[in-house]
Design a protein around this ligand. Structure first.
Ligand code: KG4
Ligand code: ZN
Length: 359
């Protein structure tokens, strides 16, 4: 099939997403989030998320089909996130997808959520608007990389084939970037989820007011281009989180008001500086000429800005999905499903189980 009409289902965390694509063209992306129900607990409660998926699934599906102007009969295939994620939450989406596949007789594809965060960058559209990159199937740049920055992962990848050949060049050795945002937001009393709160508050702060550490940037970790150190392309964010906590304590010990906006801005600058500098270095030294940015933290305004600047200076083309395609959604699942079909890969059958810790 050249331009398969694919329905994608996402339920790995708190977002119930149903998206529809035709080949590399985005038709609809409908998302219902249960985040409001988790906020008072300071984190996503799996049981509540699972129940919310059950409530939201059918209305989200109906809205997505309606908006796309298609019916279930028109769909060529169904794609569903099968991991990684919350086990119970995944199960709701996988059961729903299997039920639809059985009822309609359509083929079903099990999708890796993380690869989908990258694959969404292959939808057509203008950078930063509509969709992402205009890199259709079969015409992927030869030297393609991906910078995946989410609540669970921070990775720079080489993508030889989005469907079966992804090489890890570097990753975090402790906290993921999104995790660091969420933990620091808690320290600063900004509530949950932390990423968007810090992103917003940082605009009112001075990023240069405090200098927080950039993890794993010392020569013993970096080495040189010829003689690479053990963590040249890796990140570490746990020391940064501790540095923020100590900084807050020091202001409090002196009886001074904690400059929350300045700390947020300085923290964000440290995260974004080290992510973008190491990602660009990894690309330059590995001949990567095009990079897809993906994952929930890719919604961060400063990360988008600084990574774009540094890529431009290095002669690397950065492909940035629109904001709504960065956070969890069904369109990214559909987008990767369509890539699998266009690559001639067969469906997953109806007996696969969700895998909450899928690599
Ligand atoms: O990809 P995602 O939606 O879920 C995972 O698969 O992990 O990423 C969620 C993470 C959370 O840690 C959240 O705080 C972070 O992405 N995030 C942000 C922003 N929006 C979401 N971090 C920084 N700035 C943002 N604007
Ligand atoms: Zn995600």
């Amino acid at each position: 099939l050249k331009h398969p009409l694919v329905l994608g289902i996402e339920s790995s965390c708190d977002e119930t997403g149903v998206g529809i694509v035709r080949g590399t063209t985005l038709l609809t992306n409908t998302v219902s989030s249960s985040m409001d129900e988790h906020v008072r607990f300071g984190g996503v409660i799996p049981e509540i998320a699972s129940r919310a998926h059950l409530d939201a699934f059918v209305p989200t599906l109906q809205e997505s089909l309606h908006e796309a102007g298609v019916t279930l009969e028109d769909i060529d295939a169904i794609a569903v996130t099968s991991g990684p994620g919350l086990a119970g939450a995944l199960m709701v989406g996988v059961c729903a997808a299997k039920a639809l596949a059985v009822a309609t007789g359509k083929p079903l594809y099990a999708i890796n959520h993380l690869v989908a965060h990258v694959g969404v960058g292959l939808l057509d559209g203008k950078p930063d608007a509509g969709a992402a990159a205009g890199l259709g199937a079969g015409q992927l740049p030869e030297n393609l990389g991906a910078l995946l920055v989410s609540g669970g992962h921070t990775e720079i990848l080489r993508i030889r084939s989005i469907t079966d050949d992804v090489e890890l060049l570097g990753s975090t050795i402790d906290d993921a970037a999104g995790e660091a945002y969420d933990k620091v937001a808690r320290i600063l009393g900004l509530g949950y989820p932390g990423g968007p709160a810090i992103d917003k508050l940082a605009r009112q702060g001075n990023p240069k007011s405090i200098r927080f550490p950039r993890g794993l940037t010392q020569p013993k970790y970096m080495g040189t281009a010829e003689d690479k150190g053990p963590h040249r392309y890796d990140w570490s964010f746990s020391g940064l989180k501790t540095a923020v906590a100590r900084c807050v304590e020091q202001f409090e010990a002196r009886g001074e008001e904690v400059p929350v906006a300045d700390i947020a801005a300085a923290f964000q600058e440290a995260v974004v500086d080290v992510i973008s500098s190491k990602a660009v270095l990894a690309c330059k030294e590995n001949g990567i000429t095009d990079v897809l940015l993906g994952g929930g933290v890719a919604a961060n305004s400063r990360l988008r800005e600084l990574t774009r600047q540094r890529c431009t200076s290095a002669g690397i083309t950065l492909h940035v999905p629109s904001l709504d395609l960065c956070t969890d959604n069904g369109a990214m699942v559909a987008a990767l499903g369509a890539q699998l079909i266009m690559a001639g890969i067969g469906p997953s059958g109806l007996t696969f189980a969700p895998d909450s810790s899928m690599p």
